[in-house]
Design a protein around this ligand. Structure first.
Ligand code: GSH
Length: 232
């Protein structure tokens, strides 16, 4: 059976890492049986990040390559009927969620003080002392450095919130009242959209970006629809 190495669930979500939740959602959408391994051990991960899967002896890191691998090995037809233009749109939205909105949400969880208080408690609250004093500070410092390396971390908090809100607005306008991102039928883009939107809407981290998303009821309805269909 496929093993999904990920972080332990937190924030009342299947996974507080949208990348891990994306792969779990895809596995569920594809009807592939899997066993979650919730160690959160990034040191064993080939690229130092999670998720990672083990599939009959093959280890694959990174949610994109994992889904490519699953498509190739298990022949899931979720995206089979997509036109080239739909595939192009899917790629563009994937980048919006993963390469831009993700970092804006990292700001609200790891850098903004109110969000950090929630994140520290949810992710590190169960650690024994003295680790509970040391690890969160080091982890936050690491995220701050990654934010700066990406470029997002060079903006002010207000600028980052505005960037995130603009992304959310683009998603809401594009989704409109369609049942799924690309129309009537689910595609693998929905694994990404659901994971990133649910992480934004449902994590108990109030922020201007979350308020922006909560102001768009079609996004909540979309996530509820995906949850009912794949996480019942
Ligand atoms: N491009 C990767 C990104 C995965 C990623 O950023 N994972 C984060 C959690 S959301 C992680 O493992 N971070 C650990 C670290 O940076 O030390 C993917 O698509 O899987």
């Amino acid at each position: 059976m496929i093993k999904l190495h990920q972080f332990a669930p937190a924030f009342g979500l299947p996974n507080a890492s949208p990348f891990c939740m994306k792969v779990e959602t895809y596995l569920r959408m594809a009807g592939l049986a899997f066993e979650p391994v919730n160690s959160g051990d990034v040191f064993k991960a080939p690229k130092g990040k999670l998720p990672v899967i083990e599939d009959d002896g093959t280890i694959v890191a990174d949610s994109h390559f994992i889904i490519e691998h699953l498509k190739a090995r298990h022949g899931v037809p979720l995206d089979a009927g997509l036109a080239p233009q739909e595939r192009a749109v899917a790629t563009a939205f994937q980048r919006l969620f993963e390469e831009n909105l993700y970092w804006a949400v990292v700001q609200t969880r790891w850098i903004d003080d109110a969000g950090w208080a929630k994140t520290r408690e949810a992710f590190f609250g169960a650690m024994p002392l003295p680790l509970r004093w040391i690890v969160p500070t080091l982890a936050r410092r690491g995220l701050r450095a990654q934010m700066r390396g990406h470029g997002m971390g060079r903006h002010s908090a207000a600028e980052i919130h505005a960037i995130g809100c603009r992304d959310v607005t683009a998603v809401a306008v594009f989704l409109a009242d369609k049942p799924f991102m690309l129309g009537e039928r689910p595609s693998s883009l929905d694994a990404t959209a659901h994971a990133f939107l649910a992480n934004l809407l449902w994590a108990p981290v109030d922020s201007p970006i979350q308020r922006c998303a909560r102001g768009r009821p079609t996004l909540e309805a979309y996530c509820q629809r995906m949850k009912a269909r794949y996480y019942a």
